[in-house]
Unconditional design. Structure first.
Lengths: 307, 486, 264
């Protein structure tokens, strides 16, 4: 029973991170029908920006601000930095290819992904970076917490899960309640019609990239608080984030959230009950099954095309 | 342009006049135009024969086993590029698992010709078998393409790649048996053998040049076979599919099946390349089949021109050479300055602007170097001479500190990327003005950051190249410039 | 031969979401005849073509061609059975030459496989020659318009009217029994329209094709049709000879509004 609770907790934490990444994929795919392969590497860059911000603010052993403020600041830094990065990627690698055949921006995205990963490795080396969150304020993030049965739920996990949730709610509000959000949804249905209705397509697309990349940046920080980061994690992270988006229904925001959680749980449970080595494989097989049997995912709509 | 033999003017219209007066294709003026026209007339097999002959003669001129090994690797790259061209260029499919088929061929050969399962089949069997296995798995993996939109197929292939990596890396404990040897791979693989006679991999530690010839022969066979396929009704169908899949389907061409065929053939070619490499290395390891290799081959294909066989071969050679040159700092430095100068010449020709930019950059650098040296000796004392003249000259121009503060690397690199991107947005004088400090910063970053770490540098360049080609010239070097009329 | 139903639609419906674009349509085309389908925009004419060629699968009813149901078959299989079409908005293989466009369409009834092509067997080479000769024959059908020197030029270099002709030529290269022409005279000037009218007649008499035409230009419809069917909102509102349909009150109303029918 304890294992079950622990794994559920793992799944929830993991799933929250995956959900944030998946949201970025869904936002961009919904509008551009583009799989932004570089998204996972934006996530990775977010974790590095967070690390840099952490060092600037004194490092984990001697921060110059209280812990809660520290966490907020580094997350904001990562979100801002990644938003800028996302905008730059869209502007220079995708926008020129907007009218090109579908395969063109995908290949460009591959190039960007590769470029980002190895640029970070070039600048910062290939060794891992550890936030060393345990050292923060004498380990308060880990020592404070509560118990469910015999399982410890440290403060850090609570913070991560809650912040991810808050961000997702904010995003949902942005997309459903604001004008820009409405414009985004309109553009995702029919780009040309939206343009003809006076919607500035470029702005909407940039907005989607800003949101998606910022979320990825936040996810990067949350991830790195619990596990060391390196220049090469972007690839797998992106893959998993994409898996989550597809499972939930790519283009759908609640779908991305659901998909992220499902994936988190699937991974946690296979790691716990089957084996860590094969858990990835298991996840991939699930995805392929989904894509073959229900390509529109859980929340997506089957595509009706009129020729 | 009046033809004195012409009795009447054109009857049907301008088109006929155009046809009567020959292929009035837009051609470049002067000698360049004439040369280009002549070159266009040379048949493809003549080029192939010429090329093959040149490579055959290579070992006569170049004695070093290392160089011959590089040549072998390049031929393998060429094979891989040819295979990917079928999938991406002819089938229009994004196969992100392509390298896995390379691996499938490699492992199949290793299974069939080593102590692993105590099978020692001759190469005349193992190579076709490996190709068949590669093609068959290609068919299986490609099957989802019938039901999935293009991007989704890309993801399925990517996952197949991951599955391949997971299985090969963890295959030393597959339900209790050691199948793939895990991270330690399979060693003691037989060399290529024919009717009991083996082709030794090396004589006295020197790479056996026969392997180069075998690879070259395989390359020629594949090139010709694919060319024939391209000229046949299947090739026509592939071209139609590229133009308009719906129209192709309605004109009786089974689009899904055609895509599947392209996918499978690409996989088979990759598998072929896998067997040759494994035979030469006498071993196979899962680490050889990683994502960077996939991006490398894609860059070769895109740079050379997806859809053009000659193009992707050229792309393969160029990138292969580039990667080799980047290994040695001295060579890499030479490459940087040469390409930089060539780039400037190509952009500005012999003009005042060229002089301004070139002169400006050189003087800017000299001044900056002098100032930096004045401020702090150590800031410019850092070049290891390495004996080359270029290195010595560069030492007077580029700022190379003995010690680099840790913030300098990321700041200068990111600055360079930002400036380069900014340059694409500017025009005219402002672009030229910004070009000067950007070029100098590029030299700085090259010397201090990139030369120091050749491994990530090569990949950074590949990634940037891929994006740049897609954005600026998606048809690559020899690809067809397509007319898309909406 | 006359009187045998080559194509028969019974109770065919096509719904997109909740919208019935085609509603319980009964329609037939007899072998050797030229049937025109007319109707205002949005009447479902192109959807009809898409149904017959397998691009859509009908949500109700059945489609029978040459005695066998083709409902649910993949489009290329339907083409191989003998139905070919042109498109309202041209869909040529623009970057391929004129000749290649026509040769490509021969795929469905030729059989040289990839492996034989790679080996260039005598059989494959012979078939290639035949495909080429056959394509040139088909192009020659169009007289001077698509003559020899044009065959090597890329399709995008053709004038608009010639592109329409090429698309018809390409469709005939699939060896169809039934030709579906979707607005073949669209965008043509009076002279070209006249040529197209003659061409369609020639396709029937010399080519032996059964033809189903969607057309807006009533001169063309009058000039070619054995029978005319009028659709409106996915429903058949009139059927018969051109005179019968053109004067049918419902047809006039569909095109010109209720006032016009009354004024008549």
């Amino acid at each position: 029973m304890d294992t079950f609770i622990q794994l559920t907790l793992n799944g929830l934490t993991l799933g929250s991170v995956y959900a944030l990444i998946a949201l970025g994929y869904s936002l961009v795919y919904g509008i551009l029908k583009l799989l932004n392969f570089a998204h996972g590497d934006v996530f990775m860059v977010g974790s590095f920006i967070g690390f840099g911000a952490l060092q600037l603010l004194g490092g984990s052993t001697d921060p110059i601000v209280p812990v809660w403020l520290l966490l907020i600041l580094i997350t904001l830094a990562a979100m801002a930095g990644c938003a800028v990065l996302g905008v730059a990627i869209e502007r220079f690698a995708y926008r020129p290819l907007r009218d090109a055949p579908r395969i063109a921006p995908l290949i460009s995205a591959l190039g960007v992904s590769f470029f980002l990963a190895y640029s970070v490795q070039l600048m910062f080396g290939s060794q891992q970076r550890d936030y060393d969150a345990f050292s923060l304020d004498g380990g308060v993030l880990f020592l404070t917490g509560f118990n469910i049965g015999n399982v410890r739920v440290p403060l850090l996990r609570i913070v991560i899960i809650l912040s991810a949730f808050v961000l997702m709610v904010l995003l949902w509000l942005l997309v459903t309640k604001t004008r820009t959000g409405k414009a985004m949804r309109a553009t995702s249905y029919d780009r040309e019609a939206a343009a003809m209705m006076g919607i500035d397509i470029d702005k909407v697309i940039v907005f989607a990239f800003v949101l998606g990349s910022a979320l990825a940046g936040a996810a990067g920080v949350m991830f790195a608080l619990r596990a060391p980061t390196a220049a090469t994690i972007g690839f797998i992270a992106g893959l998993k984030g994409f898996t989550a988006a597809v499972i939930g229904g790519i283009g759908s925001i609640p779908g991305a959230m659901a998909g992220g959680l499902i994936l988190g749980f699937a991974e946690a449970f296979t790691q716990g009950y089957i084996s860590t080595r094969w858990s990835d494989l298991f996840v991939f097989v699930i995805l392929i099954a989904f894509m073959l049997l229900r390509p529109q995912g859980l929340f997506g709509k089957a595509d009706i095309k009129k020729v | 342009m009046t033809d004195p033999n012409e009795q009447q003017g054109p009857r049907i219209g301008k088109d006929e006049w155009v046809a009567r007066h020959g292929d009035n294709r837009a051609r470049r003026a002067g000698i360049a135009g004439t040369i280009e026209e002549r070159l266009r007339g040379v048949p493809w097999w003549a080029w192939l024969a010429l090329f093959t002959g040149a490579v055959c003669l290579l070992p006569l001129g170049v004695d070093s086993g290392y160089a011959r090994r590089i040549a072998f690797d390049t031929v393998i790259y060429m094979l891989l590029a040819l295979g990917l061209n079928v999938v991406v260029g002819w089938g229009g499919l994004l196969d992100l698992g392509y390298v896995a088929f390379f691996g499938v061929g490699a492992y199949t050969y290793a299974f069939l010709s080593s102590d692993k399962f105590d099978l020692h089949l001759p190469a005349i069997l193992t190579i076709p078998l490996a190709c068949a296995v590669g093609g068959a798995i290609g068919l299986l993996v490609g099957l989802p393409s019938r039901r999935l939109v293009g991007d989704y197929l890309a993801i399925v292939t990517l996952f197949f790649f991951q599955i391949f990596l997971t299985v090969t890396n963890n295959g030393e404990n597959l339900f209790g048996t050691d199948v793939t040897g895990g991270p330690n791979g399979i060693i003691n693989v037989d060399p290529l053998g024919l009717f009991g006679r083996e082709l030794p991999v090396s004589t006295d530690g020197v790479f056996n040049v026969s392997y180069l010839y075998v690879a070259l022969a395989a390359f020629v066979v594949v090139y010709v076979a694919l060319r024939f396929a391209d000229q046949s009704r299947t090739g026509r169908a592939w071209r139609s599919l590229r133009e308009d899949p719906l129209a192709a389907e309605l004109m009786g061409m089974p689009v899904s099946w055609l895509k599947l065929m392209a996918f499978a053939f690409g996989a088979a070619v990759a598998a072929l390349a896998g067997t040759l490499v494994t035979a030469l290395n006498a071993s196979v390891f899962p680490q050889s089949f990683e994502f960077p290799l996939l991006i490398t081959i894609y860059t070769m294909v895109i740079l050379g021109g997806a859809g053009s066989q000659a193009g992707v071969v050229i792309g393969a050679i160029l990138i292969s050479v580039l990667l080799e040159v980047l290994r040695e700092p001295g060579d890499a430095r030479f490459l940087f300055y040469t390409l930089g100068l060539l780039g400037l010449f190509a952009a500005f020709r012999f003009s005042v602007r060229l002089a301004v930019v070139l002169g400006g950059t050189i003087s800017f650098g000299l001044i900056a170097h002098a100032v930096a040296g004045r401020v702090n000796d150590l800031w410019t004392a850092g070049t290891e001479s390495g004996g080359s003249r270029l290195g010595a000259w560069a030492a007077h121009w580029v700022i190379v500190p003995t010690d680099l503060a840790s913030w300098v690397t990321p700041v200068s690199y990111i600055g360079l990327v930002a400036l380069t991107l900014l340059l694409t947005l500017l025009h005219g004088w402002s672009r030229m003005a910004l070009l000067v400090p950007t070029l100098y910063l590029a030299a700085f970053v090259w010397e201090n950051v990139m030369l120091v770490k050749p491994e990530p540098t090569r990949f950074v360049i590949l990634g940037a190249l891929l994006v740049a080609v897609m954005v600026a010239r998606p048809e690559g070097i020899l690809g067809e410039k397509r007319v898309e009329i909406v | 031969m006359a009187g045998t139903r080559l194509l028969e639609l019974t109770g065919v419906s096509m719904a997109f979401g909740g919208l019935n674009v085609i509603d319980e349509l009964d329609l037939h085309v007899d072998e050797g005849e030229i049937l025109s389908v007319i109707g205002p925009n949005g009447a479902g004419k192109t959807t009809l073509f898409n149904l017959v060629t397998g691009v859509y699968e009908p949500t109700g009813g059945d489609i029978v061609f040459a005695g066998e149901s083709i409902k649910g078959l993949e489009p290329h299989k339907i083409t191989q059975r003998g139905i070919a079409r042109t498109f309202q908005t041209l869909r040529l293989f623009l970057n391929m030459s004129v000749r290649e466009n026509v040769m490509a369409a021969a795929y469905g009834h030729t059989k040289a496989g990839v492996f034989r092509s790679m080996l260039r067997t005598p059989g494959q080479r012979r078939e290639e020659r035949e495909i080429r000769a056959s394509a040139e024959q088909r192009l020659a059908f169009f007289g001077e318009r698509l003559t020899g020197y044009r065959w090597d030029q890329p399709a995008y270099s053709l004038s608009y009217a010639n592109r329409r002709r090429l698309e018809i030529a390409r469709a005939t290269a699939t060896n169809p029994r039934l030709l579906l022409l979707d607005e073949p005279a669209a965008g043509m000037n009076p002279k070209e329209t006249q040529e197209i009218t003659e061409l369609i007649g020639k396709l029937r008499t010399e080519g032996g094709f059964t033809i189903l035409v969607i057309e807006h230009d009533m001169h063309v419809v009058e000039g070619i049709s054995d029978r005319v069917v009028a659709l409106d909102h996915g429903v058949k509102i009139a059927e018969g000879s051109f005179e019968q349909v053109a004067t049918d009150a419902r047809v006039v109303e569909a095109y010109l509004g209720t006032g016009a029918a009354e004024r008549k």
